[in-house]
Design a binder for this molecule. Structure first.
Ligand code: GLN
Length: 203
């Protein structure tokens, strides 16, 4: 079966995600307009600027159909700004900024402060240590009862999952490590066999 995974491509860091998806043997599909949502098995929402993305989702007509697909359980992986889009509530967002509520988290934009707004850190995840690249990252301030914390940094959640949604505050597509994307495709979306999910970095 040819697995097709959408990558929201209205703005932001979508190419690195497409590369990793190709490495994992699935077909990335750039999503820029509603017709592109046809026949995708899952979607990745990349990093970028979530306020701008929200605006572009509205102007391209993508917001409503994508929201419906997410509500029906389309598997979704959001990173950084993509995590903000999947959240149920946004703090310090733009007034007109919307989110899909696919995962029950409250996130604060740009919450790591100006001096340390971009940093790299090894984070603890259920797959072992993972090198996290944080770029003007949002902070997960609250998690609902149904949210599973899969990775944390200094005791705070930075990788979370709920149902068919997975969200990272950092950029796993920039670490040269495919484990989190593999986990998404195998365990969250059920699109590739679980036994191919490695436990060691880079495998
Ligand atoms: N600060 C951005 C926002 O609020 C997110 C940054 C990123 O995706 N790297 O949308």
């Amino acid at each position: 079966m040819n697995v097709r995974v959408g990558v929201l491509a209205v703005q932001g860091a979508f190419l690195a995600h497409a590369d990793i998806l190709e490495q994992l043997g699935v077909t990335p599909v750039e999503i820029r307009q509603p017709a592109h949502l046809r026949d995708i098995d899952a979607i990745v929402l990349p990093g970028g600027e979530s306020g701008t993305m929200s605006k572009l989702l509205a102007s391209t007509g993508l917001h409503e159909p994508l929201g419906e697909l997410l509500a029906c359980g389309l598997p979704a992986f959001g990173t950084c700004a993509g995590m903000i889009l999947l959240a149920s509530s946004i703090l310090d967002g733009r007034d007109d900024q919307r989110c899909f509520g696919a995962i029950d988290i409250e996130v604060r934009r740009n919450a790591y402060g100006r001096q340390v707004d971009s940093f790299e850190a090894d984070i603890d995840t259920t797959f072992g240590e993972f090198h996290g690249v944080f770029i003007r990252a949002p902070r997960i301030e609250t998690c609902g009862a149904g949210v599973e914390v899969l990775g944390s940094h200094r005791g705070e959640p930075v990788l979370v999952g709920q149902g068919t949604a997975l969200a990272a505050a950092f950029h796993p597509e920039l670490s040269g490590d495919t484990r989190i994307h593999r986990f998404f495709l195998s365990h969250v979306a059920g699109l590739i066999p679980a036994e191919t999910t490695p436990t060691a970095k880079g495998q």
